[in-house]
Design a protein around this ligand. Structure first.
Ligand SMILES: Cc1ncc(COP(=O)(O)O)c(C=O)c1O
Length: 381
């Protein structure tokens, strides 16, 4: 972590801190892997929702972006990015917004995984003289949405799109169940399952005579574990830019790579309980308890000093809206007030960087020289 941290003591807490040194390292690491594997990289910007972070990803070599909301698409299109994938199944009510963006020159791609939604897209397109580019979502791990690679529905959806005048741009999948794994072997196997399933879906489409130029896969754990990406044209990943405790538990990063933390102040004590009270509750950390399912549960976060060094054994064990409870794992610390006097500044590493970042209207970016710059971020829809 960054050593020029003294400037943090001037901030009002709680505050979201991006340590830009590991952030840039994370960006370089992912891009270098993608270059070595011979695929384009389309970062998912829902993690940071921040122009400066996305700019750094593009400068490192990213081609296009993935968004989770149309508000992100609006924002990053205004920043000059045109190649955008909206990676949540689109519904009719959002098509006018998609159309507006496309008419303004945004090369916005949408996804679907049902014939019904595909029909709504082509009907709306026909009505407005627009050939939407649509990617079919493929389910390669049973995690969430998508069509199984071998399912008849894959060809049905392709038929609706193709015959209805939409452009079938490709297939995409997200092996989110990789978050539940923690051995290199299991992660590598999941990456291969994600690759093979998506490539298989593309092959079925091509064999049936449909175009399928893009094969898009990705999650941070699989992107960092794939040994080969044969047949894949691009990868998407998001949380790698900051990493977090969950990703550390999965085993794809180490503590030094965690680029997002919440700066907080000790505001009180319950000495007999071994508690220090801090001003980062769930409103700052989010309610995400991602490490609960992992072998080491950090409750609402792991406690670090102002310099970012982990204070072993101390966690944010409880959280109310604006109060966090800091305590020692195992036996309570009877000297908690001595170890963490009133006014002490600490940094808390979050379970899930996307969820924690989303609690704040802006980040404070800590540069290598200790300088701090405020970077605003999007939120809402
Ligand atoms: C469709 C899609 N693609 C890519 C990603 C990126 O995953 P990660 O944050 O693990 O890199 C996500 C994350 O939820 C996603 O929903």
């Amino acid at each position: 972590m960054n050593n020029g941290y003294a400037s943090l003591s001037g901030l009002e807490t709680p505050a979201a801190i991006i340590d830009t040194v590991p952030m840039h390292r994370n960006i370089k690491r992912m891009q270098a892997r993608m270059n070595a594997l011979g695929v384009r990289f389309r970062p998912h910007v829902k993690t940071s929702k921040c122009s400066q972070v996305v700019q750094a990803q593009r400068e490192a070599g990213a081609c296009g972006i993935t968004v989770s909301t149309l508000k992100e698409a609006d924002h990053f299109f205004a920043d000059g990015i045109t190649d955008i994938l909206y990676a949540v199944g689109v519904v009719s009510s959002k098509l006018p917004h998609v159309l507006r963006l496309r008419r303004r020159g945004c090369d916005l791609k949408i996804v679907t995984d049902s014939a019904e939604a595909a029909r709504a897209i082509v009907d709306f397109g026909a009505e407005h003289g627009e050939a939407f580019e649509v990617w079919i979502e493929v389910d390669t791990d049973g995690h969430r949405s998508g069509i199984r690679p071998e399912a008849p529905a894959l060809l049905e959806v392709a038929t609706v799109l193709h015959q209805g005048g939409a452009r079938l741009g490709g297939v995409m999948t997200h092996a989110g169940s990789s978050y539940d794994l923690y051995t290199p072997q299991a992660l590598e196997a999941m990456a291969e399952q994600e690759r093979a399933g998506c490539v298989r879906a593309a092959e079925r489409l091509r064999e049936a005579g449909f175009p399928c130029p893009v094969v898009s896969v990705g999650s941070t754990p699989t992107a960092l574990s794939a040994k080969t990406l044969q047949g894949v044209t691009e990868v998407r990943a998001g949380v790698y830019v900051f990493f977090d405790l969950v990703m550390r538990g999965v085993g794809v990063c180490s503590t030094e790579d965690l680029a997002l933390s919440v700066l907080t102040t000790v505001v009180g004590h319950q000495t007999e309980k071994g508690w220090a009270i801090v001003d980062a509750g769930w409103m700052a950390m989010s309610r995400d308890r991602g490490t609960q399912k992992q072998s080491h549960d950090f409750a609402y976060g792991q406690v670090c000093g102002l310099d970012g060094a982990v204070l072993p054994g101390y966690i944010l064990s409880g959280a109310n809206q604006e109060h966090g409870i800091l305590s020692r794992e195992g036996a309570p610390d009877p000297d908690i007030a001595k170890h963490f006097p009133l006014g002490t500044l600490l940094r808390i590493l979050p379970n899930h960087a996307c969820a924690t970042g989303a609690q704040f209207p802006a980040y404070h970016a800590l540069g290598p020289d200790g300088g701090i710059t405020q970077w605003s971020r999007l939120h809402g829809w």
